[in-house]
Write a protein of this length. Sequence first.
Length: 412
Amino acid sequence: MLSVSTAETPGHGARGPLAARDRWVVIATYALVGAANQMLWLTFTPITTPAARHYGVSAGDIGWLAEIFPLLYVLLAAPAAALLDRWFRPALAVGAVLTALGGVLRLGGDTFGWALAGQALIAVAQPLILNAVTGLSSGYLSPRSRPVGIAIGSAGIFLGMLLSLALGSAIGGAHLHTLLVIDAAFGVGSTAAMLIAFALSPRMTVSGDVTGLFGLRAVWREPGIRRLAMISFVGFGLFVALTTWLQTLLKPDGISASTAGWVLVGAVVAGVVGSVLLPPAVIRSRQDHLLFRAAGIGTCGACVLFALWNWVPAVAAAAAVIGFLMLAALPVILEISERRAGAAGTSATALIWLSGNAGGIVIAILVQIVVHQPVVAFLLMAAIAAVVLRFVWHGSLADLPAGEAPGAPAVP
């Protein structure tokens, strides 16, 4: 693994605060910005049909308002990592401002074109925000506090998903403008809070040792990070596929779209709780492999249950198990990858998110192919969940012997 320098010259040292004490206010306001970005991303997901009617377009067109996010993330992951490595706080601030501007832009003309333009800005901001979760904790928290900081930052991301699903279900498409105003206000308020927290906190040194496409290729050579990326591909991809298609897959069993929406809300609530409670203890005890196993087995079993039993309480309980374990695994993956990467931490975080978004695209498309055969779709997702077990059966990934260091020169 990379060794971490303590130099404070920008571009050559490890990230670190210029003050000795933890800066929890920075972490908290970042969590709000992450929540805002995710909330604006998923605004139209629970109200696809009413939004299509409001804008006079097809449901497929509305789907693009969410689908452009993973597509742009895959394209922008490397440039975002490079910007954060060189100019961490300014790049993160730009991401927050773009999120706020995107939320306001959607109010511009009450047309699909304005909505798409706003979503595009928010999608460009997403990798700048998500890739910063480990670096910010590394820069403003002591090593002992960093697992908790990463967990809080990740919980903010999941909180945004929850707010989007809950607000969409509660307000509905009949009051779309009101929903967009609430989203915009939250985006502007959270951005202002984080910028104020930055102004009142010490500067960060940054690590510019490994950036851009080279950085992603370099951290991929580290065996532990490579395994974590594969787990993210499967785990995050499955969660995206479930949130995308669960309502459609449950409809033939007589479960209404509204009920399925609240099942998803329950899953994300469980995920927020799990992502706060489990990661610090798991990381301290180096039991990450047990959490990953539980997530793989739990998700596999839940998908089998979805295929065979349509009793709503059982479906809701199974979805909550997926959310609790699967979302709790993400902060653990991010923390271990950042620790193994050392000075290339931002590139490692970018690789984890890139893998997760790519998994979301691939697995959602696979499920879409068989979406009119719910039993087949759920059993397919169960089989994919079982793939996680291949990577986590032999002990903690935090203790996996280091291979080629992420910052080392490429080997021909």
